[in-house]
Design a protein around this ligand. Structure first.
Ligand code: PLP
Length: 298
Protein backbone atom coordinates (compact mmCIF):
# COMPACT_ATOMS: atom_id res chain seq x y z
CA UNK A 1 0.00 0.00 0.00
CA UNK A 2 1.50 3.37 -0.96
CA UNK A 3 1.42 6.29 1.45
CA UNK A 4 -1.28 8.07 -0.53
CA UNK A 5 -3.63 5.11 -0.06
CA UNK A 6 -3.58 5.61 3.72
CA UNK A 7 -5.86 8.47 3.02
CA UNK A 8 -6.26 10.20 6.40
CA UNK A 9 -2.50 10.13 6.99
CA UNK A 10 -1.43 11.17 3.50
CA UNK A 11 0.26 14.54 3.32
CA UNK A 12 -1.85 17.39 2.06
CA UNK A 13 -0.95 21.01 1.38
CA UNK A 14 -3.55 23.11 3.18
CA UNK A 15 -3.77 26.82 3.96
CA UNK A 16 -0.04 27.44 3.57
CA UNK A 17 1.39 24.35 5.29
CA UNK A 18 1.73 20.57 4.98
CA UNK A 19 -0.42 18.43 7.24
CA UNK A 20 -2.13 15.03 7.47
CA UNK A 21 -5.26 14.79 5.33
CA UNK A 22 -7.34 14.31 8.49
CA UNK A 23 -6.24 17.74 9.70
CA UNK A 24 -7.04 19.60 6.47
CA UNK A 25 -10.41 21.00 7.48
CA UNK A 26 -12.42 24.12 6.71
CA UNK A 27 -14.46 25.88 9.42
CA UNK A 28 -18.20 25.33 9.48
CA UNK A 29 -18.72 29.08 9.84
CA UNK A 30 -16.53 29.88 6.83
CA UNK A 31 -17.87 31.29 3.59
CA UNK A 32 -17.02 28.07 1.72
CA UNK A 33 -19.65 26.16 3.70
CA UNK A 34 -22.04 29.05 4.24
CA UNK A 35 -22.32 30.20 0.64
CA UNK A 36 -20.36 27.72 -1.47
CA UNK A 37 -17.46 30.15 -1.99
CA UNK A 38 -15.19 27.42 -3.29
CA UNK A 39 -13.60 26.57 -6.64
CA UNK A 40 -11.48 23.60 -7.59
CA UNK A 41 -9.66 21.58 -10.21
CA UNK A 42 -9.25 17.84 -10.70
CA UNK A 43 -5.97 16.82 -12.31
CA UNK A 44 -4.71 13.36 -13.21
CA UNK A 45 -1.26 12.11 -12.25
CA UNK A 46 -0.20 9.42 -14.72
CA UNK A 47 2.50 6.81 -14.27
CA UNK A 48 5.04 7.05 -17.08
CA UNK A 49 5.26 4.09 -19.47
CA UNK A 50 8.81 3.30 -18.28
CA UNK A 51 7.66 3.48 -14.62
CA UNK A 52 10.11 6.30 -13.93
CA UNK A 53 7.52 8.15 -11.84
CA UNK A 54 4.31 10.08 -12.42
CA UNK A 55 3.54 13.35 -14.11
CA UNK A 56 0.50 15.63 -13.95
CA UNK A 57 -1.38 15.74 -17.25
CA UNK A 58 -2.03 19.22 -18.69
CA UNK A 59 -1.39 20.89 -15.33
CA UNK A 60 -0.79 24.33 -16.90
CA UNK A 61 -4.24 24.30 -18.47
CA UNK A 62 -5.82 23.35 -15.14
CA UNK A 63 -3.99 26.12 -13.28
CA UNK A 64 -5.09 28.62 -15.92
CA UNK A 65 -8.73 27.51 -15.59
CA UNK A 66 -8.48 27.74 -11.79
CA UNK A 67 -7.38 31.36 -12.28
CA UNK A 68 -10.49 32.04 -14.38
CA UNK A 69 -12.72 30.31 -11.81
CA UNK A 70 -11.25 32.46 -9.03
CA UNK A 71 -11.73 35.67 -10.99
CA UNK A 72 -15.30 34.80 -12.05
CA UNK A 73 -16.15 33.89 -8.45
CA UNK A 74 -14.48 37.02 -7.02
CA UNK A 75 -12.11 35.01 -4.85
CA UNK A 76 -8.58 36.43 -4.37
CA UNK A 77 -5.64 34.41 -5.70
CA UNK A 78 -4.06 32.41 -2.85
CA UNK A 79 -0.85 31.95 -4.92
CA UNK A 80 -1.78 29.48 -7.63
CA UNK A 81 1.50 30.07 -9.47
CA UNK A 82 3.08 27.85 -6.78
CA UNK A 83 0.86 24.87 -7.70
CA UNK A 84 3.35 23.08 -10.03
CA UNK A 85 6.09 23.00 -7.39
CA UNK A 86 3.60 22.05 -4.65
CA UNK A 87 2.40 19.16 -6.81
CA UNK A 88 6.00 17.94 -7.23
CA UNK A 89 6.43 18.15 -3.48
CA UNK A 90 3.14 16.31 -2.85
CA UNK A 91 4.27 13.47 -5.12
CA UNK A 92 7.57 13.14 -3.24
CA UNK A 93 6.09 13.42 0.25
CA UNK A 94 3.51 10.72 -0.47
CA UNK A 95 5.76 8.48 -2.57
CA UNK A 96 3.18 8.48 -5.38
CA UNK A 97 4.31 6.13 -8.16
CA UNK A 98 1.04 5.19 -9.84
CA UNK A 99 -2.05 6.79 -11.38
CA UNK A 100 -3.72 9.19 -8.98
CA UNK A 101 -6.13 12.10 -8.90
CA UNK A 102 -5.19 15.50 -7.55
CA UNK A 103 -7.79 17.77 -6.13
CA UNK A 104 -6.73 21.40 -6.04
CA UNK A 105 -9.27 23.52 -4.19
CA UNK A 106 -9.56 27.12 -3.07
CA UNK A 107 -12.00 27.58 -0.19
CA UNK A 108 -13.06 30.80 1.52
CA UNK A 109 -12.20 29.95 5.12
CA UNK A 110 -13.14 33.14 6.93
CA UNK A 111 -16.54 33.64 8.58
CA UNK A 112 -18.77 36.50 7.51
CA UNK A 113 -21.83 37.58 5.60
CA UNK A 114 -22.32 37.02 1.90
CA UNK A 115 -20.53 40.20 0.87
CA UNK A 116 -17.57 39.77 3.23
CA UNK A 117 -14.04 40.01 1.87
CA UNK A 118 -12.75 36.53 1.15
CA UNK A 119 -9.76 34.87 2.80
CA UNK A 120 -8.81 32.06 0.40
CA UNK A 121 -7.02 28.85 1.38
CA UNK A 122 -5.38 26.59 -1.21
CA UNK A 123 -5.60 22.83 -0.63
CA UNK A 124 -3.89 20.16 -2.74
CA UNK A 125 -4.47 16.48 -2.06
CA UNK A 126 -4.11 13.20 -3.95
CA UNK A 127 -6.04 9.94 -4.07
CA UNK A 128 -5.14 6.79 -5.99
CA UNK A 129 -7.28 6.51 -9.13
CA UNK A 130 -7.10 4.14 -12.06
CA UNK A 131 -9.67 3.51 -14.79
CA UNK A 132 -13.37 3.79 -14.09
CA UNK A 133 -15.72 0.91 -14.73
CA UNK A 134 -16.20 1.75 -18.43
CA UNK A 135 -12.56 1.07 -19.33
CA UNK A 136 -11.30 -0.85 -16.30
CA UNK A 137 -9.08 -3.88 -17.04
CA UNK A 138 -9.60 -3.55 -20.78
CA UNK A 139 -13.40 -3.33 -20.46
CA UNK A 140 -15.45 -1.53 -23.11
CA UNK A 141 -18.65 -0.90 -21.20
CA UNK A 142 -21.16 1.54 -22.59
CA UNK A 143 -23.14 4.00 -20.52
CA UNK A 144 -26.89 4.06 -20.73
CA UNK A 145 -27.61 7.76 -20.45
CA UNK A 146 -30.73 9.71 -19.73
CA UNK A 147 -31.26 13.15 -21.23
CA UNK A 148 -32.19 14.82 -17.97
CA UNK A 149 -35.10 17.14 -17.33
CA UNK A 150 -32.78 19.08 -15.02
CA UNK A 151 -31.01 21.98 -16.69
CA UNK A 152 -27.41 23.08 -16.39
CA UNK A 153 -27.42 26.53 -14.72
CA UNK A 154 -27.22 29.05 -17.54
CA UNK A 155 -24.82 31.99 -17.52
CA UNK A 156 -27.60 34.23 -16.23
CA UNK A 157 -27.78 32.06 -13.10
CA UNK A 158 -24.13 31.15 -12.53
CA UNK A 159 -21.03 31.39 -14.77
CA UNK A 160 -20.73 27.97 -16.39
CA UNK A 161 -17.01 28.60 -17.02
CA UNK A 162 -16.32 28.68 -13.26
CA UNK A 163 -15.54 25.27 -11.83
CA UNK A 164 -17.13 26.05 -8.49
CA UNK A 165 -19.03 24.01 -5.92
CA UNK A 166 -22.36 25.86 -6.52
CA UNK A 167 -22.33 24.55 -10.09
CA UNK A 168 -22.77 20.94 -8.93
CA UNK A 169 -25.99 21.09 -6.90
CA UNK A 170 -28.38 20.65 -9.83
CA UNK A 171 -26.22 18.13 -11.73
CA UNK A 172 -26.00 15.99 -8.57
CA UNK A 173 -29.80 15.82 -8.40
CA UNK A 174 -29.92 15.01 -12.12
CA UNK A 175 -27.49 12.13 -11.59
CA UNK A 176 -29.41 10.75 -8.60
CA UNK A 177 -32.67 10.87 -10.54
CA UNK A 178 -31.10 9.20 -13.59
CA UNK A 179 -29.70 6.41 -11.43
CA UNK A 180 -33.02 5.96 -9.62
CA UNK A 181 -34.64 5.54 -13.05
CA UNK A 182 -32.17 2.77 -13.93
CA UNK A 183 -29.71 4.75 -16.10
CA UNK A 184 -25.93 4.87 -15.59
CA UNK A 185 -25.79 8.64 -15.86
CA UNK A 186 -27.24 11.63 -17.62
CA UNK A 187 -26.71 14.60 -19.88
CA UNK A 188 -28.15 17.94 -18.82
CA UNK A 189 -29.68 20.39 -21.23
CA UNK A 190 -29.63 24.18 -21.15
CA UNK A 191 -32.54 26.58 -20.86
CA UNK A 192 -33.19 26.23 -24.61
CA UNK A 193 -33.48 22.44 -24.22
CA UNK A 194 -30.22 21.83 -26.10
CA UNK A 195 -27.62 19.29 -24.99
CA UNK A 196 -24.90 20.55 -22.61
CA UNK A 197 -22.81 18.04 -20.72
CA UNK A 198 -22.89 15.33 -18.07
CA UNK A 199 -22.66 16.28 -14.37
CA UNK A 200 -18.85 15.93 -14.39
CA UNK A 201 -17.90 15.31 -18.03
CA UNK A 202 -18.11 16.75 -21.53
CA UNK A 203 -20.25 15.19 -24.27
CA UNK A 204 -19.25 14.22 -27.80
CA UNK A 205 -21.42 12.70 -30.53
CA UNK A 206 -20.08 11.23 -33.77
CA UNK A 207 -22.19 11.60 -36.88
CA UNK A 208 -21.01 10.62 -40.39
CA UNK A 209 -17.42 10.45 -39.15
CA UNK A 210 -17.49 13.93 -37.62
CA UNK A 211 -17.00 14.70 -33.92
CA UNK A 212 -19.59 17.10 -32.55
CA UNK A 213 -19.69 18.74 -29.12
CA UNK A 214 -21.83 21.51 -27.63
CA UNK A 215 -20.19 24.93 -28.04
CA UNK A 216 -18.95 26.78 -24.94
CA UNK A 217 -21.75 29.29 -25.48
CA UNK A 218 -24.23 26.47 -24.75
CA UNK A 219 -23.32 26.75 -21.05
CA UNK A 220 -20.74 24.00 -20.63
CA UNK A 221 -17.57 23.99 -18.55
CA UNK A 222 -14.51 24.64 -20.78
CA UNK A 223 -13.34 21.08 -20.24
CA UNK A 224 -9.66 20.41 -20.73
CA UNK A 225 -10.28 16.87 -21.99
CA UNK A 226 -12.86 18.24 -24.44
CA UNK A 227 -10.20 20.67 -25.72
CA UNK A 228 -7.72 17.78 -26.00
CA UNK A 229 -10.19 15.82 -28.17
CA UNK A 230 -10.82 18.84 -30.41
CA UNK A 231 -7.06 19.40 -30.78
CA UNK A 232 -6.22 15.77 -31.56
CA UNK A 233 -9.03 15.08 -34.04
CA UNK A 234 -7.13 16.11 -37.17
CA UNK A 235 -4.09 13.97 -36.23
CA UNK A 236 -6.50 11.02 -36.29
CA UNK A 237 -7.93 12.05 -39.68
CA UNK A 238 -11.19 13.29 -38.15
CA UNK A 239 -13.04 16.55 -38.31
CA UNK A 240 -14.42 18.05 -35.11
CA UNK A 241 -16.91 20.84 -34.62
CA UNK A 242 -18.27 22.81 -31.66
CA UNK A 243 -21.94 23.27 -32.40
CA UNK A 244 -25.52 23.23 -31.19
CA UNK A 245 -27.01 19.80 -30.47
CA UNK A 246 -30.47 18.62 -29.50
CA UNK A 247 -31.95 15.50 -27.96
CA UNK A 248 -32.71 14.09 -31.41
CA UNK A 249 -29.06 14.41 -32.42
CA UNK A 250 -28.23 12.16 -29.48
CA UNK A 251 -30.89 9.65 -30.56
CA UNK A 252 -29.38 9.58 -34.07
CA UNK A 253 -25.69 9.42 -33.13
CA UNK A 254 -23.39 6.84 -34.71
CA UNK A 255 -21.18 7.02 -31.63
CA UNK A 256 -21.09 9.02 -28.43
CA UNK A 257 -18.81 9.32 -25.43
CA UNK A 258 -18.30 11.34 -22.28
CA UNK A 259 -14.86 12.60 -21.36
CA UNK A 260 -13.28 14.42 -18.44
CA UNK A 261 -10.31 14.27 -16.13
CA UNK A 262 -11.77 11.93 -13.53
CA UNK A 263 -13.85 9.85 -15.93
CA UNK A 264 -11.25 9.87 -18.72
CA UNK A 265 -13.48 8.34 -21.44
CA UNK A 266 -16.76 6.49 -21.21
CA UNK A 267 -18.39 5.18 -24.39
CA UNK A 268 -22.16 5.64 -24.56
CA UNK A 269 -24.45 2.83 -25.73
CA UNK A 270 -27.82 4.58 -25.54
CA UNK A 271 -29.67 7.81 -24.80
CA UNK A 272 -33.14 7.38 -23.26
CA UNK A 273 -33.06 3.81 -24.56
CA UNK A 274 -32.23 4.81 -28.16
CA UNK A 275 -29.23 2.68 -29.15
CA UNK A 276 -26.14 4.45 -30.43
CA UNK A 277 -25.75 2.99 -33.92
CA UNK A 278 -22.10 1.95 -34.04
CA UNK A 279 -21.99 0.57 -30.50
CA UNK A 280 -19.92 -1.44 -29.55
CA UNK A 281 -17.53 -1.11 -32.52
CA UNK A 282 -17.26 2.64 -31.90
CA UNK A 283 -14.16 3.09 -34.09
CA UNK A 284 -13.76 6.85 -33.56
CA UNK A 285 -14.12 6.58 -29.78
CA UNK A 286 -11.67 3.68 -29.65
CA UNK A 287 -9.10 5.62 -31.71
CA UNK A 288 -9.32 8.60 -29.34
CA UNK A 289 -9.07 6.45 -26.22
CA UNK A 290 -6.00 4.68 -27.64
CA UNK A 291 -4.34 7.96 -28.48
CA UNK A 292 -5.14 9.40 -25.04
CA UNK A 293 -3.47 6.60 -23.10
CA UNK A 294 -0.43 6.66 -25.38
CA UNK A 295 -0.04 10.36 -24.71
CA UNK A 296 -0.65 10.41 -20.96
CA UNK A 297 1.98 7.72 -20.37
CA UNK A 298 4.62 9.23 -22.68
C1 PLP B 1 -19.28 20.09 -15.15
C2 PLP B 1 -18.09 19.44 -15.77
N1 PLP B 1 -18.00 19.40 -17.11
C3 PLP B 1 -16.93 18.84 -17.73
C4 PLP B 1 -15.89 18.28 -17.01
C5 PLP B 1 -14.67 17.75 -17.69
O1 PLP B 1 -13.68 18.73 -17.58
P1 PLP B 1 -12.15 18.38 -17.62
O2 PLP B 1 -11.92 17.66 -18.90
O3 PLP B 1 -11.45 19.68 -17.60
O4 PLP B 1 -11.87 17.54 -16.44
C6 PLP B 1 -15.95 18.29 -15.62
C7 PLP B 1 -14.89 17.67 -14.84
O5 PLP B 1 -14.17 18.30 -14.18
C8 PLP B 1 -17.06 18.90 -14.98
O6 PLP B 1 -17.14 18.93 -13.64
Amino acid sequence: MTAVQRDHRSQVFHAGAWCDAADATVPVGGLALRYGVSVFEGVRLYRRADRSGVRPFLLDAHVRRLGYSLALSRIPDPGIDKIPELVDDLVLRNGIDDDAYLRIAVNAVNPGLMDAEVEPALTISATPMGRKRWLRDGAWEGMRLQVSLWQRACDLAFPSAAKGIPNYGGPRLALLDAKAAGFDGCVLTNAAGRLCEAPTAALFLVRDGELLTPALTEGVLPSITRRWVLDRASALGLTARETVLGRIDAYQADEAFLCGTGLEFAPVRSFDGHAVRAWPDSPVTRALVGRYFEEVRS
